[in-house]
Design a protein around this ligand. Structure first.
Ligand code: FES
Ligand code: FE
Length: 443
C-alpha cells in the first residue's frame, strides 16, 4: 500500500516545531484535540460575551456561546449581569430559545421548571403532587459562569474562578482601546450578522491575529471594485503589527492623522453633521494622546485570544466589528458579528454604518467570502490521507524577529507592545505558542 510521506519532524506525534515555524495540520481536524481545547482553552480564557448596551435594562438578556457551551447573559433586577449555562438543571434541555430580549424568567419547554434572572429555580410544576415538596430548589439553580465583568462597556466571562483579571489578561490591548474610545463609549447597532464557515476556529482566528500577507492576495478583487479600500495597498510601509503578550494584538496600526481625510471625504457626502462629528471624534482621540510621543490613528484588525476578532477600527465611518468565532466541531465554525459605533455619532452616521457594515468582512461581503473559500479548501484538503501528516508553515522572518531591517526608523516610540512590519507571522507563532501552553503541549 502506498503511504503518504509523513514529515519526519512530526513522526513522534509532535504538534509543533515553532522554532522552525511549523504546525501539524492535525490541530485543525482532530476531534480529540477539539474536545481538549474546549476544556483547556475555552474554559481558561476570558471570552467576549457582548456589550453593555445590548443589555441596557434589568431583565435584558442575550444568548451566546462560550466555546461550545451555550450561555444566557442576563441583567438581573439589581443591574448585575450574570452568565448562566443555557441548560435546564432538571434534564439538561436548552432553557432559553431566543437570541435576545427581556424577561423576568424562563420556563423549560420539557417539564416547566422556571428560573429567574438571578439563576434561581423559582417554579416547579406539580411540586406538591409529584415531588411531594421534596425537592431542594436552592441547590438546583442554573450553573453560573463564575467571572463576568464589564470593561470599557465590553462584557467578558471566564469559567476559571482563579483567572487573572480581564485587565491583566488583555494587558496593553486596553491602552489602544481606551485611547480610541476613552469613556465616550460605544453602542451596539441592532442585530447580529451570523454565518457558518467550513473549517476549524483556529484558521479564522490565526488569520485575524496578524495575517497581513493574505490581504493584498486573497482580497485583491475587493480592492479592485471598492475605491474606499484601495489606499490600503499603497500604504503598507506606514502600517505596523503590534502584539501583546501572551497572544493578543492589533494589525495594520495607523498613526497620526492617517485616514482622517478619507473619512472627511466620505462624511461630506453625508452632510455637515457627519463632517463635524468626524472632526470632533478625531480631536478627542488626539486629546487623549496629547502627552504621548507617538499618536495612533486606529487599526484595521485585531484579536483578543482566543476568539474575539476586531475589524475596521481605522475609520470613523465603517463601524467597529466585534467578530466572535464560535467553534462548532473540529471542522466547522459560526461567525457572529456585532457592529458597534460611538454612542454620540449622529444618526446619519449610524444609519450609514448600519447600511454598509456587512459589505466587507461578512458572510455576504467582499472580504469575508474570500477568507471563507480559503478555509473551506484547506479543510477539504486536510481530510485526505496525503495531507493528514503534513505541516503548515508559519516561518516568515523567523531569523529576523525583533530585528527587522529599518525598524530604527519606525515612528512608534513610546507605544506599548511588540512591533513588527505590516506582514509577519510572529503573532501566529505566538497564538500557537500560547494555545500549546494552555493545552499542556510542547511547542
Ligand atoms: Fe427542563 Fe425537565 S428538562 S424541566
Ligand atoms: Fe481576510
Amino acid at each position: 500500500m502506498v503511504q503518504a510521506p509523513a514529515d519526519p519532524r512530526f513522526a513522534d506525534g509532535k504538534l509543533f516545531d515553532l522554532e522552525n515555524g511549523l504546525v501539524a495540520r492535525r490541530i485543525f481536524s482532530d476531534p480529540e484535540i477539539y474536545d481538549e481545547e474546549m476544556q483547556r482553552v475555552f474554559h481558561q480564557c476570558w471570552l467576549f460575551l457582548g456589550h453593555d448596551s445590548m443589555l441596557a435594562r434589568p431583565g435584558d438578556f442575550l444568548t451566546t456561546y462560550m466555546g461550545d457551551d451555550p450561555v444566557i447573559v442576563w441583567r438581573d433586577p439589581h443591574g448585575k449581569v450574570h452568565a448562566f449555562l443555557n441548560n435546564c438543571t432538571h434534564r439538561g434541555n436548552r432553557l432559553c430559545l431566543h437570541d435576545r430580549g427581556r424577561a423576568t424568567s424562563f420556563s423549560c419547554s420539557y417539564h416547566g421548571w422556571t428560573f429567574n434572572s438571578e439563576g434561581r429555580l423559582v417554579g416547579v410544576p406539580f411540586m406538591e403532587e409529584a415531588y411531594m415538596g421534596q425537592l431542594d430548589v436552592e441547590c438546583l439553580g442554573l450553573v453560573e459562569v463564575p467571572k463576568v465583568v464589564s470593561r470599557g462597556g465590553l462584557l467578558w466571562g471566564c469559567w476559571d474562578a482563579g483567572a487573572p483579571s480581564v485587565d491583566e489578561y488583555l494587558g496593553d490591548f486596553w491602552w489602544y482601546y481606551d485611547t480610541l474610545f476613552g469613556d465616550d463609549g460605544l453602542e451596539a447597532l441592532r442585530g447580529c450578522h451570523r454565518y457558518s464557515m467550513v473549517g476549524n476556529w483556529k484558521l479564522f482566528c490565526d488569520n485575524f491575529s496578524g495575517d497581513g500577507l493574505h490581504v493584498p492576495i486573497s482580497h485583491r478583487s475587493a480592492f479592485a471594485v471598492d475605491a474606499t479600500r484601495r489606499n490600503y495597498l499603497d500604504r503598507t510601509s506606514d502600517r505596523f503589527m503590534v502584539q501583546f503578550m501572551p497572544a493578543h494584538g492589533v494589525g495594520a496600526l495607523t498613526l497620526g492623522d492617517s485616514g482622517l481625510q478619507a473619512d472627511l471625504n466620505r462624511a461630506e457626502e453625508l452632510g455637515p453633521e457627519a463632517v463635524e462629528w468626524v472632526h470632533e471624534r478625531h480631536r478627542r482621540i488626539q486629546e487623549r494622546q496629547k502627552a504621548a510621543e507617538t499618536r495612533i490613528a486606529g487599526w484595521v484588525w485585531g484579536q483578543c485570544f482566543p476568539n474575539l476578532n476586531l475589524q475596521a477600527f481605522d475609520s470613523a465611518l465603517r463601524g467597529h466589528a466585534f467578530i466572535v468565532c464560535h467553534p462548532k466541531g473540529p471542522d466547522a465554525m459560526e461567525i457572529w458579528q456585532y457592529c458597534l459605533i460611538e454612542k454620540d455619532a449622529p444618526q446619519v452616521v449610524k444609519s450609514f454604518v448600519a447600511r454598509t457594515a456587512t459589505r466587507g468582512q461578512s458572510g455576504t461581503g467582499l472580504i469575508g467570502i474570500d477568507d471563507g473559500e480559503n478555509f473551506e479548501r484547506i479543510t477539504e484538503n486536510m481530510r485526505t490521507v496525503a495531507n493528514r501528516d503534513v505541516n503548515s508553515n508559519y516561518a516568515m522572518t523567523l531569523e529576523l524577529e525583533g530585528h527587522w531591517p529599518g525598524q530604527e526608523q519606525w515612528p512608534v516610540a513610546g507605544l506599548p507592545g511588540f512591533f513588527g512590519p505590516s506582514m509577519w507571522e510572529t503573532s501566529q507563532r505566538r497564538f500557537y505558542r500560547y494555545w500549546a501552553s494552555l493545552m499542556g503541549v510542547q511547542a
